[in-house]
Design a binder for this molecule. Structure first.
Ligand code: HPA
Length: 240
């Protein structure tokens, strides 16, 4: 079964034909909300709103371990993570979709591993390529079929939030190689890897990152642009 984790711009998935909801408990606590089951075209899907249904959980307080554990315990093997990001690379303008192929983690203080605690063997998962390439190719093929433009590749930087970055922080991230910046990509991707789930992130560029895009503040989202890219994103999911 395929899982879709919805971000702050997508706490519900209108194209999902819902069959039922289920509350799942885990050894790591409760996921962000009940899981929603249904179909998108012929595909069985479980949907999880990362910030909760009311969009009330801030990035650093999301229980990423419970979310990923819950999906794994339901037999999910593939996770498509939807996330809003700020654009840093000049071609990643607001409204564009991006499928990153690498990441830089600047988040801190989050519960970020299952491999800790007494009696747990030391394990270092391979994370050189944090996103699953087969799933990325599947998404690119679906985008092509749906006639939707998606930027193939790019480096996602995860910041702590909930505040937006300073202009200097964005310049520094850019020099480190970051192309987009968000707040929720980690530890989600690493936890999925620890449990052997294929994970890819489909990102909606909602704004220019701080200091870019002229005078416009990064927090100034244009709702019409975002509605357009949310629509495109759903067309990709329908073509999977
Ligand atoms: N920075 C961090 N996270 C974000 C941004 C941003 O500019 N836009 C949407 N999520």
């Amino acid at each position: 079964m395929l899982a879709i984790i919805g971000g702050s711009r997508l706490s519900q998935l209108p194209i999902l034909q819902i069959t039922h909801r289920q509350i799942v408990r885990t050894p790591y606590g409760d996921p962000s909300c009940a899981l929603t089951f249904g179909q998108i075209a012929a595909q069985s899907v479980v949907f999880l709103a990362r910030h909760g249904y009311g969009n009330s959980i801030v990035p650093h307080e999301i229980n990423y371990r419970a979310n990923i554990w819950a999906l794994h315990s339901l037999g999910v093997r593939q996770v498509i993570a939807i996330a809003s990001v700020g654009g840093i690379r000049p071609d990643l303008a607001p409204g564009r979709l991006a499928l990153p192929d690498d990441l830089i983690d600047s988040s801190w203080g989050r519960k970020h591993t299952y491999h800790e605690g007494q009696g747990v063997a030391v394990q270092h998962v391979d994370f050189a390529q944090p996103y699953d390439n087969a799933l990325r190719q599947q998404l690119l093929a679906a985008a092509q079929q749906a006639g939707v433009d998606v930027a193939d590749g790019g480096v996602y930087a995860c910041t702590q939030g909930p505040r937006l970055e300073t202009a200097a922080e964005v310049r520094a991230l850019s020099r480190l190689g970051a192309d987009i910046v968000g707040m929720t990509g980690m530890p989600e991707a690493a936890l999925a890897r620890e449990l052997g789930l294929a994970y890819a992130s489909l990102c909606i560029v909602t704004n220019w990152a701080s200091g870019l895009g002229g005078q416009q503040a990064a927090a100034n989202f244009n709702p019409a642009i975002i509605a357009g890219s949310t629509d495109q994103l759903q067309r990709i999911l329908q073509a999977l």
